[in-house]
Write a protein that binds this ligand. Structure first.
Ligand code: GAR
Length: 190
């Protein structure tokens, strides 16, 4: 199975998927990373790991649909079977979703359906919950709402701030994202 990844930021989830492919247990190859921000951490990780990377700067596209069309062409040329939004901070449209039905996985830093949208970690802290986590799910047109593949719970600890909580959530994301990719692939095989 050939994976296409999408990232906007540091890229730690991207690296976790590459490592899961190279060291097991994920039987897949990361064919391509697409980033939307020049010089983001994910791009530097791709260079270090020897993964092909392509920049599609969202500011150069007239609409979300135009960016999604470029993503489709890029992933189709790379022969990608499954796409993973590993910290992709743009809303995707039905243009991309319908081009890859059941083949688009997202990771989100909360136990969905709680805390959809931006800064889910900050939302959990502000709400005063004792438990949050992360969710890997299939992407549907409603944002952060598709069928759940894998979730992991993360407790809030005394004295937690945004950085400490986000770091613990990240560790769980790195664990569940490869599992979710394997599950999404298994669903496709029926
Ligand atoms: C991750 O926590 C991911 O769940 C989140 O961005 C972070 C990217 O970290 N995604 C979203 O909030 C999407 N709504 P990374 O760049 O280190 O992988």
């Amino acid at each position: 199975m050939r994976l296409g990844l999408m990232a906007s930021g540091d890229g730690s989830n991207f690296e976790a998927v590459v490592r899961a492919c190279r060291q097991g247990p994920l039987r897949a190859d990361v064919a391509l990373l697409v980033v939307n921000k020049p010089e983001c951490g994910a791009m530097q990780r791709a260079d270090r790991l020897g993964v092909p990377v392509q920049l599609l700067d969202h500011r150069l596209f007239a609409s979300r649909e135009a960016l999604d069309q470029a993503l489709i062409e890029t992933f189709r040329s790379a022969g990608v079977d499954l796409i993973v939004m590993a910290g992709w901070m743009r809303i995707v449209t039905t243009v991309l979703i319908e081009a890859f039905p059941e083949r688009l996985v997202n990771i989100h830093p909360s136990l969905l359906p709680s805390f959809r949208g931006v800064d889910a970690v900050g939302q959990a802290l502000a709400a005063g919950v004792r438990l949050t986590g992360c969710t890997a799910h299939l992407v549907t047109p409603e944002v952060d709402a598709g069928p759940v593949l894998v979730q992991a719970a993360v407790p809030l600890l005394e004295g937690d701030d945004h950085g400490s909580l986000a770091a613990r959530i990240h560790r769980q994301e790195h664990r569940i994202l490869p599992l979710a990719i394997a599950l999404a692939a298994a669903r496709l095989r029926g």
